[in-house]
Design a protein around this ligand. Structure first.
Ligand code: ATP
Ligand code: MG
Length: 569
C-alpha cells in the first residue's frame, strides 16, 4: 500500500493555480456525477445510500463513507438513504443498529424518513432468485462448501463446472422452494448464479447467491432459513430504492461485474451504478470492525467506546467534535488508490476546531504544593483570566489566588538542566495572570521526595508583570489549594505503537495513563459530561461519562503540540 499524506488544503491541491480564483477541487466521483447530470442519466437525479452491516460499531473509516454518501447527495440536491445491510444474521444485532444511527446523527447527517433494511426486501430478493431460475440463470447446487471452493479454480486456473449445473428449471424451482421451506440441513445446498466457471474474475465463477442457514435474525426472527449473499442482495436493494450512485470501497471493484450481472438479468426500472473509492486507513490504528470486536472481547480496551478506539463512539467520548471529523474527511479527499493517512492530521483538525471553541481553564495534573511565605494567611484575591483568547468577546472568568497553591511537578527542577526556564531554587517565574514568585526553599520527606516549595511573591508584579523591565522567562499555570477541585484525568496515546499495526500488534499498555488527584480551578466544578476545555499548556480535555456529582473525570482529547503542522514545514 502506498503511503501518502493526503492532506493538501483545497488551495494547495490545485497544482499551483491561484488559490483565490480556483474552486473547491472536484473529486472523481463528483466528475462522474457532473457528467451524468449533463447527459440526463438517471433523469438528472442523485440518490446515494450508506449501507452499514450492523455487526459492530462504526469507525472513522465509516465516517469517510458517511461524509461522502450524505455529502455528495447534499451537494447535488439529492438524497441519501440509510440502509442496514443485514444479510448475515449470525453476526448482527440490534445494539449495533442503534449505535450506528446515533453515530450518523452525531456526525450531523440526516436520512429523513429513508431508513431501510435489506431484510425488508427478503421476499423480493427471493422472487428475484426465482426469476433467475426461470431464466435458466441460477441453479441449486449440492456441492459442499469445501467442494465449491475446490471447483472454483484459482487466479491462474479456470474453475470446474458443478455436476448440478445443468438441472432443469423445474427441478431447480422445486429444490429452491424446498430450501426455503426448511427441508434441507444448513450448508447442504446453495443457489448459485450460472455465469462462467472459466471467467478470469473468480467472483463470476457461478457465485453462491443463497445459502441455507438457521439463525435467528434480529428483525425477521426465524421466518427465513435461507439468506441471500451480499453480492446478490446489494444491487437489488440499490435498485429497489432507486439509488443512482452506489459508492463503496475498492475491495468491491472485482465484484462490480457481478453487481452489473445481477441487474442485467433482472427486470428493474432503475439502474444504479457502483463506484469504488479508496478506504481510509490511519497510522497507529486498526480499521476493521472484526478486529475492533476482538479487542473489545479480549478486554484489551474498555468497550467499543473506549476513548482510544477509532470508533465514532470512542472518538466522541474522547472529545472530538463532529465538525472536526467532517473537516478531516473533506481534507483527506476521495481517491482511487489506497493509502495510509497520518493520524496527526486528524488530531490537527480537532485542535484547530477546539482552539476556537474550548473555554480555557487551569488544571494541575501532577500537583506540587507551593507556599508563599510572604503572602497574607487569609487573603484571597481574584484574578481575571480570559475564557478564550481566540474569542475575546466571551470575556473573562475569575480565578482565586491564595497563600497555598499547586503547580505542576514538571515546572520545578531542583537542579535545572540547561535550557530549563521554569522554577528552581533561587529562580523566579510568573504565575499566569497573578504574580511573580521566587523559590526560596525546598522541603522533602524522609525518602527525599520533594513535598513542597516555599516561595516569596513580589506584590509589584500583580497581574503577572512588572514595569521595571525585569525578565522572567517561565510562566506556569497554578491552582489555589483551598479552592481546588480534585479531578481525575485520563491521558491517551495511540492504541498501537506501530505506525502500521500488523496482525501481531498488541495494544500499547501505556496508551492509557490515569492521573487521580489532579487539581482544577473551581470554575470547573459544574462541568458536565461532554463539556470540552483547553487546560492551559496541557491540551484539550472533555468530561467523561464516568463522571458523577462530586467526581469529575476528564479525557485528554489531544495535547497542544501539533505534530502535523511540524511535518508540513
Ligand atoms: P470493516 O471492514 O471495518 O468491517 P465493512 O466494510 O465491513 O467495514 P460495512 O458496514 O460493510 O463495513 O461498511 C459500510 C460502508 O462503509 C461500506 O460502503 C464500506 O465500503 C464503507 N467503509 C468501510 N470501511 C471503510 C473505510 N475504512 N474507509 C472508507 N469507507 C469504509
Ligand atoms: Mg462489509
Amino acid at each position: 500500500m502506498e503511503k501518502t499524506q493526503l492532506n493538501q488544503a483545497p488551495s494547495e491541491a490545485n497544482n499551483g493555480e491561484n488559490p483565490v480564483l480556483s474552486q473547491e477541487p472536484v473529486n472523481f466521483i463528483q466528475e462522474i456525477i457532473n457528467k451524468d447530470r449533463e447527459t440526463g442519466k438517471h433523469g438528472g437525479r442523485v440518490h446515494t445510500r450508506f449501507p452499514p452491516e450492523p455487526n459492530g460499531y462504526l469507525h472513522i473509516g465509516h465516517a469517510k463513507a458517511i461524509c461522502l454518501d450524505f455529502g455528495i447527495a447534499a451537494k447535488n440536491g439529492g438524497l441519501c438513504n440509510l440502509r442496514f445491510d443485514d444479510t448475515n444474521p449470525s453476526k448482527e444485532d440490534i445494539e449495533y443498529v442503534e449505535s450506528i444511527k446515533e453515530d450518523i446523527r452525531w456526525l450531523g447527517f440526516d436520512w429523513g424518513d429513508r431508513l431501510y433494511f435489506a431484510s425488508d426486501y427478503y421476499e423480493t430478493m427471493y422472487q428475484c432468485a426465482e426469476e433467475l431460475i426461470n431464466k435458466g440463470k441460477a441453479y441449486v447446487c449440492d456441492l459442499s462448501p469445501e467442494q465449491i471452493k475446490e471447483y472454483r479454480g484459482t487466479l491462474t486456473e479456470p474453475g470446474k463446472e458443478s455436476p448440478y449445473r445443468n438441472r432443469s428449471v423445474a427441478e431447480n424451482l422445486d429444490l429452491f422452494r424446498r430450501m426455503r421451506n426448511g427441508e434441507f440441513p444448513d450448508g447442504s445446498r446453495t443457489l448459485r448464479a450460472k455465469i462462467d466457471m472459466a471467467s478470469p474474475n473468480i467472483n463470476m465463477r457461478d457465485p453462491v447467491i443463497y445459502r441455507i442457514l438457521r439463525a435467528t435474525h434480529h428483525r425477521t426472527g426465524d421466518k427465513w432459513c435461507i439468506y441471500p449473499m451480499y453480492d446478490f442482495a446489494h444491487p437489488i436493494s440499490d435498485a429497489l430504492e432507486g439509488i443512482t450512485h452506489s459508492l463503496c470501497t475498492l475491495e468491491f471493484e472485482d465484484h462490480r461485474p457481478l453487481y452489473d450481472w445481477v441487474l442485467d438479468n433482472l427486470s428493474f426500472k432503475s439502474r444504479p451504478q457502483q463506484i469504488e473509492f479508496a478506504r481510509l486507513n490511519l497510522t497507529h490504528t486498526l480499521m476493521s470492525k472484526r478486529k475492533l470486536l476482538e479487542l473489545v472481547k479480549q478486554g484489551a480496551v474498555n468497550g467499543w467506546d473506549d476513548p482510544r478506539m477509532p470508533t465514532i463512539s470512542g472518538i466522541r467520548r474522547r472529545g472530538y467534535t463532529p465538525e472536526s471529523i467532517r473537516v478531516f474527511c473533506e481534507r483527506i479527499g476521495v481517491a482511487k488508490s489506497n493509502s495510509v493517512v497520518d493520524i496527526a492530521l486528524l488530531e490537527h483538525c480537532v485542535r484547530e476546531d477546539l482552539n476556537q471553541k474550548a473555554p480555557r481553564a487551569m488544571v494541575v495534573l501532577r500537583p506540587l504544593k507551593v507556599i508563599i511565605d510572604n503572602y497574607p494567611d487569609d487573603l484571597v484575591e481574584e484574578f481575571e483570566a480570559e475564557i478564550n483568547p481566540e474569542n475575546p468577546e466571551l470575556g473573562a472568568r475569575k480565578v482565586p489566588f491564595s497563600k497555598v497553591l499547586y503547580i505542576e511537578r514538571d515546572d520545578f527542577a531542583e537542579n535545572p538542566p540547561k535550557g530549563f526556564f521554569r522554577l528552581a531554587p533561587g529562580r523566579e517565574i510568573r504565575l499566569k495572570y497573578a504574580y511573580y514568585i521566587k523559590c526560596e526553599r525546598v522541603v522533602k520527606d524522609e525518602t527525599g521526595e520533594i513535598i513542597e516549595l516555599h516561595c516569596t511573591y513580589d506584590p509589584a508584579s500583580r497581574g503577572g508583570w512588572t514595569n521595571d523591565g525585569r525578565k522572567v522567562r517561565g510562566t506556569s499555570h497554578w491552582v489555589s489549594a483551598a479552592h481546588a477541585v480534585d479531578v481525575e484525568v485520563r491521558l491517551y496515546d495511540h492504541l498501537f505503537r506501530e505506525e502500521v499495526p500488523g496482525p501481531d500488534s498488541v495494544v500499547d499498555p501505556d496508551s492509557l495513563v490515569t492521573l487521580a488527584g489532579c487539581k482544577a480551578e473551581p470554575g470547573l466544578a459544574g462541568a458536565l459530561p461532554g463539556d470540552r476545555f483547553q487546560f492551559l499548556r496541557q491540551g484539550y480535555f472533555c468530561v467523561d461519562k464516568d463522571s458523577a456529582p462530586g467526581k469529575l473525570v476528564f479525557n485528554r482529547t489531544v495535547s497542544l503540540k501539533d505534530s502535523w503542522s511540524g511535518k508540513q514545514k
